[in-house]
Design a binder for this molecule. Structure first.
Ligand code: FE2
Ligand code: FE2
Length: 371
């Protein structure tokens, strides 16, 4: 049976919105217009929008910036103390995010660095429409709410970390070694992010959803740990029986993650749904010719449609023992041919229109650099 389809709106944003409502119920804090969380990825030095509660209007969405390019935030991260800006008129408005916030009428801000064990995990931002909103009295009142917002954000990230760590342990113990490792997974997860970002606005994908997709897409083949090495590592083509056993990796993957989610009491969290959909549907095809469910078109959960294209594109452009790597042009013309047949058209377009970013990913994560 297919697993449950994930809702695109999840309880994380509701939690932040509810907290925002609570804060606005405090008379002297009623003017608080925005709470947002950005998360920090130390590996890439990237700061990415993650959660936003601005009363229905998200001021900054799918926004990525390098921390080193925002010296004022880098400074907050370095000393680890919250920062108050009581008149954003002094902001450098050539910086895109500052300009957006200013244009949306934000005139003061309160920024709290999120740290764990001394390492930066992100920032919590509060904004208000009037200058001098964040007085010492207002900050006293706001402080417990800020702690709660930080806790909500860290909890969400911890769930992702927990699930990934547990499944990576499974991979490690099984000494799962086939071509689907190292550089393939790095590139594939970045193609997944690239596609998700490109179609986010037209498909209602939140920043948190994109973050989970990026985090979990490398686990799409977790079920291969249960496929015998004689099949997994076979240098030649598989016969019909062997291919049937190989296809079983989807069902095996579903079993593994179902058991794990139950064990961790995480079955109903949005992160689990994203992972389930990646594992269950990454071999489904737009025209119904995929496996194991043979779903068709929009019936296939979006996570499956996205990862299918990302996974195949990287397989095509990678060297394998039984085939040479295709050029990007060759892979693009295959995707074009299969657009609307095997693959969901917007996902194909997202890759084809972003050639420069694909090339950046390829040069950063070439086989030699990772394995
Ligand atoms: Fe697979
Ligand atoms: Fe793969």
């Amino acid at each position: 049976m297919p697993l449950a389809v994930s809702p695109l709106h999840h309880d994380l944003v509701l939690d932040l919105n509810q907290l925002h409502e609570r804060i606005r119920a405090v008379p002297s804090l009623a003017g608080l217009t925005r709470i947002a969380v950005a998360i920090y990825d130390a590996k890439s030095d990237q700061l990415r929008t993650f959660m936003d509660s601005s009363g229905g209007k998200v001021v900054l969405r799918h926004y990525v910036v390098r921390l080193r390019d925002v010296p004022s935030l880098a400074e907050v991260a370095r000393h680890g103390l919250p920062r108050v800006v009581n008149d954003t008129a002094g902001y450098d408005l050539t910086v895109l995010h500052s300009r957006r916030l200013f244009e949306e009428g934000m005139r003061s801000s309160y920024t709290v660095p999120l740290k764990r064990d001394g390492a930066l995990k992100g920032f919590l931002f509060f904004n208000a429409g009037q200058p001098d909103f964040f007085t010492p009295e207002a900050l006293d009142l706001l402080w417990p709410y800020a702690q709660t917002a930080a806790f909500i954000a860290m909890m969400e990230l911890d769930k992702v970390r927990l699930i990934k760590a547990a499944l990576n342990t499974v991979l490690h113990i099984s000494r799962h070694r086939d071509e689907e490792t190292g550089a393939h997974l790095e590139r594939m997860s970045r193609y997944t992010r690239l596609i998700a970002e490109s179609i986010a606005d037209s498909h209602g994908l939140s920043d948190a959803h994109i973050e989970y997709l990026h985090a979990f897409s490398p686990l799409h083949d977790i079920g291969k740990v249960a496929v015998p090495d004689s099949i997994l590592l076979k240098p030649g083509p598989l016969d019909a029986d062997e291919y049937a056993m190989m296809k079983q990796h989807v069902a095996k993957g579903e079993e593994i993650i179902k058991a794990m989610m139950r064990g961790f009491s995480l079955s109903d969290v949005p992160q689990a749904h994203v992972l389930q959909n990646v594992v269950s549907y990454h071999h489904e095809a737009w025209d119904g010719s995929g496996y194991p469910y043979g779903m068709k078109g929009l019936e296939i959960p979006l996570e499956g449609r996205i990862t299918a294209v990302a996974d195949v594109f990287d397989a095509l452009t990678s060297h394998r023992p039984y085939k040479k790597a295709w050029t990007n042009d060759e892979a693009f013309s295959y995707l074009r041919e299969m657009r609307g047949r095997k693959f969901y058209p917007p996902c194909v377009d997202a890759l084809i229109l972003n050639r420069r970013r694909i090339e950046e990913i390829q040069s950063k994560f070439c086989e030699a650099a990772v394995e």
